[in-house]
Design a protein around this ligand. Structure first.
Ligand code: CA
Length: 229
């Protein structure tokens, strides 16, 4: 049974989160301050941390940084701050994903599942991606569509691979660029955008209304795979 640590100062939201997570079979511990959150993370070694950014003692970013000093466990930010710069700061500090308040329960739970899946996926194990009628084998680097095999360039595979390792979660533009091109191209969001556009032409049923390669405006991209119900 997965253990989730909630770091949130609002008692109402804390209660709702606890109820929601427990209803799905997760165990829950909670903390109402940044300092307490860091202590509980060390004491309980949770499988996932959900952290608010606006905390009474310190910024939630300090909890993220503190946890990253000793653990790669998945961290999901739940915050009312919705500026792109806040999202990027949280992801750069080491958070894996970002959910805006007010949140929808199904969306939050989907992100929790995605974050827990990422953690249980072995680093060298690449999933067979299914995007509707298209399947992408990242290990063999081949793809099949309804009309037969689908050609993708090595660079396109690297972009998809980076997204797939974090399936369901935000990947920042610079993270994608670093993993697909290397550090020399950091900041080239225009170049990245044109690659995403090409990938959508190949993988999306309707490239103008992406269902799988989702844009997180100003922050990055998210690969939304079909979840088993
Ligand atoms: Ca708060």
């Amino acid at each position: 049974m997965f253990l989730v640590l909630i770091v949130e100062d609002d008692a109402g939201i804390r209660g709702v989160l606890r109820m929601l997570l427990e209803s799905q079979g997760y165990r829950v511990v909670d903390a109402e301050s940044a300092a307490r959150g860091a202590i509980e993370a060390r004491n309980h070694r949770p499988d996932l941390v959900v952290v608010d950014l606006g905390l009474p003692d310190q910024d939630g970013l300090s909890v993220i940084r503190e946890i990253r000093r000793f653990s790669p466990l998945p961290i999901l930010v739940l915050s009312a701050r919705t500026m792109e710069t806040d999202k990027i700061a949280a992801l750069d500090a080491g958070a894996d994903d970002y959910v805006a308040k007010p949140f929808s329960a199904p969306e939050l739970l989907a992100r929790v599942r995605a974050a827990l899946r990422r953690n249980s996926r072995a680093a060298d194990q690449l999933p067979l991606l299914r995007l509707g009628p298209i399947s992408v084998d990242l290990t063999k680097r081949c793809a099949q569509g309804p009309a037969g095999s689908l050609h993708m360039t090595p660079l396109e595979y690297r972009v998809i691979e980076s997204l797939a390792r974090n399936a369901g979660m935000i990947v920042t533009q610079n993270q994608l660029i670093r993993e697909a091109w290397g550090p020399d191209r950091l900041g080239d969001s225009r170049g990245l955008r044109s690659y995403i556009k090409m990938l959508r032409q190949k993988l999306e049923p309707d490239p103008r209304q992406p269902r799988y390669l989702i844009t997180e405006a100003g922050v990055g991209y998210r690969l939304q795979t079909d979840e088993p119900v």
